[in-house]
Design a protein around this ligand. Structure first.
Ligand code: NDP
Length: 300
C-alpha cells in the first residue's frame, strides 16, 4: 500500500483563495480592508525570510501589510510602546511579533501585551485559556493548518484515536486541544513517553511535532493511519553535492508512505498552511472586531 500524499501547497492555495474572496467582500460590502502588522526585532536570517513571505502573501490576499523592523538593540519598553500603538490602531486587525526575540526582551511579556482580539498567532495567555476551555479564540496557525488538512482528508474526526508527538506551547499542546475539540481520543507523547512506537501504533491520526529528523518510523504506524508531519529539519545532503542540505520532517517519509493511509510530505505539507492560516486568522479577527459574520471554514 502506498499512502495518499496530502498536497499542503495546493490546499494552502485554496485557503488563500478563500481568504482573498472574503477580503474582497469586506472591502466592497463594508468598506473595510483587513490589516496585519508584523513586527521583527533584529536580523535573524530565517525570521527575515518568514516576515518577507508573510508580507507578500498578505498583500496578495488584498490585505494591508504593515511591517515594523526594529533594531536588535530595541528595549522591551520600546517594543511594548509599539504594541500599544498597534493595539489602538483601528486599521490593524492582526499583530504578529516574530519569534525569537533578542535576549533583553521577555517574549511572554510582549505576547501578553498584544490585544487578545488581534493576537493572530494565538499565543496570548487569554487565547490559550479560551482554546483550552473550548471557547471561541484565536487559534495558533500551524495546528489550525493541521486541523484543516485532517478535516479535509477525513471528514469527521469524532471518535478517532489521535497521537500528538510533542508538547510545545506553539504546536503540540494547541494541536491536542483542537483534536479534542473535534472529539478525538487524544494522547500527547513527549521525550519521557514510554514505548513511543506502541503509543504511535494505536493511532488513527499521528501528528509529529518533535524537531528530530525522521524519528517516527514507518513500522510504528498503524496501517491506514493519517500522518501529519509538522517537523522542519535541515540535514546534510552530500548526494546533492558538497555542502548541500535538504529539509526533512520528523517522520521517516520513505517507510511511512508505505504504511500510512495519507501523509503530508516535507517540504510541501504543513509548512505552506501556516501562513495561509495567519491570513485566515487576520480575516477572522477583522470580522470579529467589526461585528461581521465570520467566514466559514477558516477557523476551528
Ligand atoms: P519544541 O522543541 O518546542 O518541542 C519539541 C517537542 O518534542 C517537545 O515536547 C519534546 O518533549 C518532544 N520530543 C523531543 N524529543 C523527543 C523524543 N525523542 N521522543 C518524543 N518526543 C520528543 O518544538 P516545536 O513544537 O516548536 O516544533 C516541532 C517541530 O515542528 C520542529 O521541527 C519545528 O521546526 C517544526 N515547526 C514547523 C512549523 C511549520 O510551519 N510547519 C511551525 C512550528 C514548528 P519534551 O517536552 O519532553 O522535551
Amino acid at each position: 500500500m502506498s499512502a495518499k500524499i496530502i498536497d499542503g501547497k495546493a490546499f494552502a492555495a485554496t485557503v488563500r483563495e478563500k481568504v482573498a474572496k472574503h477580503v474582497a467582500q469586506l472591502k466592497t460590502q463594508h468598506g473595510i480592508t483587513p490589516g496585519l502588522a508584523v513586527v521583527l526585532v533584529g536580523e535573524d536570517p530565517a525570521s527575515q525570510v518568514y516576515v518577507r513571505n508573510k508580507g507578500k502573501q498578505t498583500a496578495e490576499a488584498g490585505m494591508n501589510s504593515y511591517e515594523h523592523k526594529l533594531d536588535v538593540t530595541t528595549s522591551q519598553e520600546e517594543l511594548l510602546a509599539l504594541i500599544d500603538k498597534l493595539n489602538n490602531d483601528a486599521d490593524v486587525h492582526g499583530i504578529l511579533v516574530q519569534l525569537p526575540l533578542p535576549d533583553q526582551i521577555d517574549s511572554d511579556t510582549v505576547i501578553n501585551a498584544i490585544d487578545p482580539a488581534k493576537d493572530v498567532d494565538g499565543f496570548h495567555i487569554s487565547n490559550v485559556g479560551l482554546l483550552g476551555t473550548g471557547q471561541k479564540s484565536m487559534v495558533p496557525c500551524t495546528p489550525l493548518g493541521c486541523l484543516m488538512m485532517l478535516r479535509d482528508q477525513l471528514g469527521s474526526l469524532s471518535g478517532l484515536d489521535a497521537v500528538v508527538v510533542g508538547r510545545s506551547n506553539i504546536v503540540g499542546k494547541p494541536m491536542a486541544q483542537l483534536l479534542l475539540g473535534d472529539s478525538c481520543t487524544v494522547t500527547i507523547a513527549h521525550s519521557r513517553t514510554k514505548d513511543l512506537p506502541a503509543v504511535v501504533g494505536r493511532a488513527d491520526i499521528v501528528v509529529a511535532a518533535v524537531g528530530r529528523p525522521r524519528m517516527v518510523k514507518g513500522d510504528w504506524i498503524k496501517p491506514g493511519a493519517t500522518v501529519i508531519d509538522v517537523g522542519i529539519n535541515r540535514i546534510d545532503a552530500p548526494e546533492r553535492g558538497e555542502g548541500k542540505t535538504r529539509l526533512v520532517g520528523d517522520v521517516d517519509y520513505d517507510s511511512a508512505v508505505e504504511v500510512a493511509g495519507a501523509i503530508t510530505p516535507v517540504p510541501g505539507g504543513v509548512g505552506p498552511m501556516t501562513i495561509a492560516c495567519l491570513l485566515a486568522n487576520t480575516v477572522t479577527a477583522c470580522c470579529r472586531a467589526n461585528g461581521i459574520a465570520e467566514p466559514e471554514g477558516l477557523t476551528a
